[in-house]
Write a protein that binds this ligand. Sequence first.
Ligand SMILES: [Zn+2]
Ligand SMILES: [Zn+2]
Length: 418
Amino acid sequence: MILNAERLVKLCAREIHGWAEAGRPVRWTLRGGLFIVACLDWTLRDDGPPQGRGATLDAIMASDSSDGDSSGARPGEWLERIGALHIHSRYSDGTGTVQEILSAARGAGLDFVVLTDHDNLGAFREGWQGVHDGVALVTAAEVTPWRQGHLLALRVRHCEGYAVRRNRGTMDAVGAQGGYVIVAHPMGKRKRSLGIHHTPLYDWGHPAVRGIEIWSYMHDWVDGIEWWRLPAAYEFWKHPERRVRGPDPHVLRMWDQFGRERRLSGLGGLDCHARRVPLTRLELFSYRQMFGFVRNHLFIRPEDWRNDPIAALTEALVEGRGFVAHDVIANSAGARCDARLADGRALQMGQEAPFADGTRMTLTLPRAAEVRWIADGQCRLKELTGRLSAAPAGPGVYRFEAWLEGAPWIFTNPFYLR
Ligand SMILES: [Zn+2]
Ligand SMILES: [Zn+2]
């Protein structure tokens, strides 16, 4: 443990001066909270790697780089492309430039990132969309309709004026451009102590809606934070992989239910801003750190990737052709999930087919975990294994989950058998 007394005293003096000038109690609370977190970081600096389950973030990074091609692709099969969704840059309220975000993604071994600045497509207009030294950048926007939930708009060329519309008007406008909507943090969040007030969005039935964030990482993290529980906040910040609870069960329930009507892609969103603590050089959840947390593993045909990686990624995102993984606890690259129909045809995650007896679906993992087979929202099979195979008895929405020692790890998109 390093106690940097001189820095601490200087910071105290500066902050007390700042508090005296600050006008409102809420601001005092926020600044005080951030200040104490900053102090704790400076005074408890020898944490070392997380002691938690599975691989540490560093171990994952090391294995990513030593793997070479993390896709695990075999000729004629699907390429696995791993990336992060819901990222803010300096085009809105994130603290990193696009170049910094790309370099963090490269460092974290990602194949793609989806930039979603608030009501802003500056990165698209300035030509950032494309592949940069092996990392594909998809430019989207997080649109904030008037007093309603947030939407990630993909494949759009403009979003001016969308922030003053209501949900339906915004979605109509996105759809009219040929764009797609992914519902961000669908259940909303109200956290007065942190100044967060997001309203939920329930209008999932709009034709432009093609996906939802089944796991909103920052919202999960924020749930456990209260200003009067700052030691816990510090623990959350330092080792979030130990504290997050996984996708909101309510969202999963609604997703399963909705899937009986039509397909809806389930994705993991980071809502990454890489915020900096005022008056310090401290960064809360850097891009590099967050890019190791919740990742989307998408499956893409090699020819589609060669022809137009941005279009291929966008399609895989909205088709739900992949799974969401909490890679900070164990690297899920190489996990495979597929269904084999009675006539021998293969079905990829997110796809739909008529039900027939003899259909089998299988999840294969790079390591053993508690695997759950979910049928229409109900867990029908649960086993500690590296490979679980199941045969549905009738039409339904079928997906897998994998948990490692009680921690959320992998959530596949469903197979829809009608
Ligand atoms: Zn949002
Ligand atoms: Zn956001």
